[in-house]
Design a binder for this molecule. Sequence first.
Ligand code: RIB
Ligand code: CA
Length: 345
Amino acid sequence: MVAVTQRLFFDCDTGIDDSVALIYLLARADVEIVGIASTAGNVPVDVVTANNLAWLGLCGRGDIPVHQGSPTPLVADLMTTEDTHGPLGIGYAELPAVTLAAAPGDAADAWIEASRRYEGELVGLVTGPLTSLAEAIRRDATLPTRLRRLVVMGGAFHAHGNTTPVAEWNVAVDPEAAAEVFEAFGTGVAPDPIVCPLDLTEAIALTPDHVVRLAGVAGSHPVECPDPADERGLRSVSDNDLIRDLVDALRFYFEFHADHDEGYIAHLHDPFAAMVALSPDIVATVPARIGVELTGTLTRGMTVADERGMTGPANARIAVATDVDAVFDDLLDRIGTFARTWAAR
Ligand code: RIB
Ligand code: CA
C-alpha cells in the first residue's frame, strides 16, 4: 500500500489531454484526488462532467467527487472545440455508460470546501478555463492563501496562440476569469501559481511510437501503432480496456494535429501540467506578472508576461524548460503500469 503524500484538486474541461491527465493522476497511488471540478471549455460543462464520471467509472474510482461548474464563462459566451477533441470531447473513445452521478455543490464551492478542509496542503491543478476558480475566489478571496501550490495550464508568451494568433485556448475561452485569477496572486501571502504555457507544453508531443511504448508497459495486445495512413477513425482492438479507450481518444487528437499542419502528433498540455503540479522541480521557471488583455480587437485573451516589474510585483512563475524525455518516461511508465494492474484486477 503506497502512502498518500499529496492531495490535489483537479479542475478540467475534459477533452482528450485532460483525460490523459486524469488517468495519470489516478495512476499516482501516492496522490489523493480530493475532488474534480468540471469547467466548460473544450465541450459543454455537462459533457465535461459526463467524461470525468465515465473515466472514473472505467477505473473504479466512483469515490472521487465530481462537481459541475458554470455552463458559461464569467462574461463571454461559451465557445467549445469539438473539432479538436471530438463531438463528445474524448475523440473516438466510447466509454462505458455513465452510472455515477455528479456530487452536490458546484465547482466553485467545491474549490472553497477543499481549500478549507486541506488548508496548507492542497495542490490545485487547472487544465481548463479558469471560470470555476475565478468564481471560487469571488466567493472567498482568501482561497489562494490556503493552497500549498497552484499549477495552471494556459497562456502563450513567446509562442503563437492556438485559438487566435496570440491567445491560448484556456485563457481565450474566459479571459476575464484568467485576469481575475492572476490578479489574486502577487500578494506575497499566497504561493504564486506555476503557469505552463504553450511555449513549453507544445514540446510534450506524443507520437505513435509513444503509444507503442505504452502498450509495452501495459503488456496489452496487439501492440498498435497509429499511422497517418490508417483509415480515419480506425478503432483500437487492444485487449486492455483502458489502453483501447486511450488509443481511440488519442487517434482523434493525432488526426486533428495532422490536419492542422502540426504533424501526426498530440500535444499533451494537461498531463504535463499534472506532472508539474506533483513535481514542480521538473520545470525551470521565471517570475513574472501576468496580465490578460480583455479589450483588444485582435489581442483579447492574450497573456502578457512582465518580467521586469513594470506593472507590479510578480504574480506567477512561468515554466520555461523541462526534460521532455524524462516527462514521457514518467508518463508512459505510470499510465502503462496502471493499465496493466487495472486489467489484472
Ligand atoms: O490550449 C490547450 C489547452 O486547452 C488544453 O488544456 C486543452 O485541453 C484545452 O483545454
Ligand atoms: Ca484542458
